[in-house]
Ligand binder design. Structure first.
Ligand SMILES: [Zn+2]
Length: 133
């Protein structure tokens, strides 16, 4: 009897809605020349966060966003302050989405302690990020 190979757990390359987890440069005074490299590193964390989110690893997802946010500060020395601000805003918005999601999950019928603590974490980190603006 032939053993049928189990369907492999292929990773989803593109999300169901085709949305890519990536921050884009907009209105850069240097045509993205100076912030491109920074953004590549920031996007690595940003994508990582998105993947953790897909796997419902909220704490890791929040930590990745925090890392991405901290990296935007390395752009301070350049003329890309506006770019850095845009990156921070995008990261903060993503974190707010996660927090809202967690709030729903920690207050709904399916509420669990796990989500509650992740929610608290999201709130703490958001407050931290807003101070660091
Ligand atoms: Zn720039």
């Amino acid at each position: 009897m032939a053993i049928r190979k189990q369907k492999s757990l292929s990773k989803k390359d593109n999300g169901a809605n085709g949305q890519s987890a990536k921050i884009e440069v907009m209105d850069c005074q240097n045509n993205g020349e100076k912030c491109k490299e920074h953004l590549a590193v920031i996007n690595e964390n940003y994508l990582e966060s998105y993947q953790y989110l897909e796997g419902k690893n909220f704490r890791e997802s929040i930590a990745s966003l925090k890392n991405a946010f901290e990296k935007t500060h390395e752009l301070q020395d350049t003329t890309c302050l506006k770019c850095a601000q845009l990156f921070r805003d995008t990261i903060t918005e993503s974190l707010e989405d996660i927090r809202d999601e967690l709030q729903k999950m920690s207050t709904g019928i399916f509420k669990t302690k796990r989500y509650q603590s992740s929610y608290d974490e999201a709130c703490d980190v958001l407050e931290e990020l807003k101070k660091g603006k």
